[in-house]
Design a protein around this ligand. Structure first.
Ligand code: GRF
Length: 216
């Protein structure tokens, strides 16, 4: 069983998707600890409800980002965490953290990276007039939402979409691709070769187009 550490800052619906996957025995993992940088995160209530150990580590309690990161690393190491999942964790992690878990930190981002990296990805997709956006699970490196992609789901943008309606449609897919990616790690099927990630035995090749093509 893969030992997970999940980092959160807010609502925790992606955390919930992992919890549900584990409880439904679709994800062969155990959440050893959830760490929130925000004491008010709703994700912490979810932990209580599911009896998952949770800790709060606030950035402002540390004089530097390095010390903040070292504290989180020490908790994760204590719990012998094998995969770190950023599930709506709103801080950028640096080398101090990442060098401790090479290729073992993953993040969910609500866009098809490298499009709309950073904050407000859904709003920016609507404003840009994109016709397809989506979500990505990727390995975290020192770039912001730019590490090697494990899996992406394409989500159509509809003419009447607002930031809210689009976010909801994307979120449904976030809740599917994140637990799936965790399960691929649990099965030992994720191979990273430079920027390219191969999921051994996965089926590749479905191609979405939006709007639908008519004569072609
Ligand atoms: C999600 O949209 C995720 O892609 C982004 O932050 C949001 C977190 O939502 N990184 P939740 O806390 O998992 O509900």
């Amino acid at each position: 069983m893969l030992r997970l550490g999940v980092l959160v800052s807010g609502r925790g619906s992606n955390l919930q998707a992992i919890i549900d996957g584990i409880e439904a025995r679709k994800v062969d993992a155990r959440i050893r600890v959830v760490i929130s940088d925000n004491p008010k995160a709703y994700a912490l209530d979810r932990c209580k409800r599911h009896r998952i150990p949770a800790r709060v580590v606030s950035r402002e309690d540390f004089p530097s980002r390095e010390e903040f990161e070292r504290r989180i690393v020490s908790i994760l190491k204590e719990e012998e965490v094998e995969l770190v999942v950023l599930a709506g964790f709103m801080r950028i992690l640096g080398r101090t953290f990442l060098s401790e878990f090479p290729n073992r930190v993953i993040n969910i981002h609500p866009a098809l990276i490298p499009a709309f990296q950073g904050l407000h990805a859904q709003r920016r997709a609507v404003e840009f007039g994109a016709k397809i956006t989506g979500c990505s699970v990727h390995i975290v490196d020192e770039s912001v939402d730019g590490g090697p992609v494990i899996v992406q789901a394409a989500v159509p943008v509809l003419p009447e979409d607002t930031e809210g309606t689009l976010s909801d449609r994307i979120l449904k897919f976030e809740h599917r691709i994140l637990p799936q990616a965790v399960q691929w790690f649990a099965e030992g099927r994720v191979r990273v070769e430079g920027r390219r990630v191969i999921v051994e035995g996965a089926r590749y090749g479905t191609l979405p187009v939006n709007p639908e093509l008519e004569k072609f």
